[in-house]
Design a protein around this ligand. Structure first.
Ligand code: NDP
Length: 284
């Protein structure tokens, strides 16, 4: 069987192009979309992420406001800025780049963002909305995974399928499980305490790996014809990136799989743009 290699770059481009068109239409009606991005400190990876987010804003036609605060910014100062952005009618989305320096409590910061501007989907109100099936912003990476499944494997109907999410973090694993449930899948969440991971994985039609352990999921754990989405991003000693799935050995067994890089990675920013567009639409 020759596996479908799900092309995250192409799918994220498709989504950004759709948003670009919708944003142009909104502009014709006099509404601009604005994302405010805050970064505290000098973390090089965070700086790259923020730069990519700004580039994506430019591409889809959003305004982006950038706040680059020094490492020693106090929590109160950051909260003040968030309060100000919450009040501004011209700001649709607010994103605080994580991680924050150790003296700032991330939860306090997330809780301070107006839920209607929380385009990262991390605020408890948005997490709660997802949990009870109400409208709200969904964390971008798991939302991107759903798009990869729908657009990358169009004949896959998740209804009744056995889907296993490996990992239970607040930003990937848990929202991922809830989104799959919304698609009527039968969902298992595996984690570091799961006793029979091999058995759970072998029974799965769809596996979403979100662990952060290079090549942890091996071919013998994967059912013939399964669909695999690899969220993991691990940097190897040689500087190359690899996922949580042993791609080279798994690929010949599965129906479809995402590569790393070029799978889930590019989707996160596309879904951020989507959330921001939705925020502007709601504000309208
Ligand atoms: P976390 O470290 O927050 O969570 C990892 C999860 O994996 C935990 O729930 C942990 O279980 C579970 N786990 C650890 N070891 C095992 C094991 N041996 N067997 C089964 N489960 C295990 O990571 P994140 O969710 O933030 O990220 C996961 C991966 O996804 C990382 O590689 C990260 O870089 C990547 N990522 C990629 C993004 C993208 O845009 N593509 C965005 C976000 C993350 P327990 O809860 O029991 O400790």
């Amino acid at each position: 069987m020759s596996a479908v290699i799900i092309d995250g770059k192409a799918i994220s481009q498709q989504i950004k192009d759709e948003i670009r068109e919708k944003t142009a239409l909104l502009k014709e009606k006099g509404k601009e979309v604005t994302l405010a991005v805050i970064i505290v400190g000098e973390d090089p990876a965070s700086k790259v992420y923020v730069r990519n987010k700004k580039k994506a804003c430019e591409y889809v036609g959003f305004n982006s406001l950038s706040y680059e605060l020094p490492e020693d910014t106090t929590q109160d100062k950051l909260l003040e800025l968030i309060d100000e952005l919450n009040k501004r009618a011209d700001v649709d989305g607010i994103l605080v780049q994580m991680p924050l320096p150790k003296h700032i409590d991330e939860k306090t910061v997330i809780d301070r963002i107006d839920p209607s501007k929380d385009v990262d989907g991390f605020h408890p109100m948005n997490v709660g909305a997802l949990c009870i099936g109400e409208r709200g912003f969904v964390s971008c990476t798991p939302a991107g995974v759903i798009q990869l499944l729908k657009r990358g494997v169009p004949d896959l109907d998740l209804t009744g399928k056995r889907c296993t999410v490996v990992g239970r973090s607040n930003i990937v694993g848990k929202p991922m499980a809830l989104l799959l449930l919304r698609e009527n899948a039968t969902v298992t969440v595996a984690h570091s305490k799961t006793a029979d991971l091999d058995q759970v994985l072998l029974e799965s039609d769809v596996i979403i790996a979100a662990v952060g352990r290079p090549k942890m999921i091996k071919a013998h754990q994967v059912k013939e014809g399964a669909v695999i989405i690899d969220v993991g991003i691990n940097r190897m000693d040689d500087g190359k990136l690899c996922g949580d799935v042993d791609y080279e050995n798994v690929v010949s067994k599965v129906k479809a799989i995402t590569p790393v890089p070029g799978g889930v990675g590019p989707m996160t920013i596309a879904m951020l743009m989507n959330n921001c567009y939705e925020a502007a639409l709601m504000r309208e």
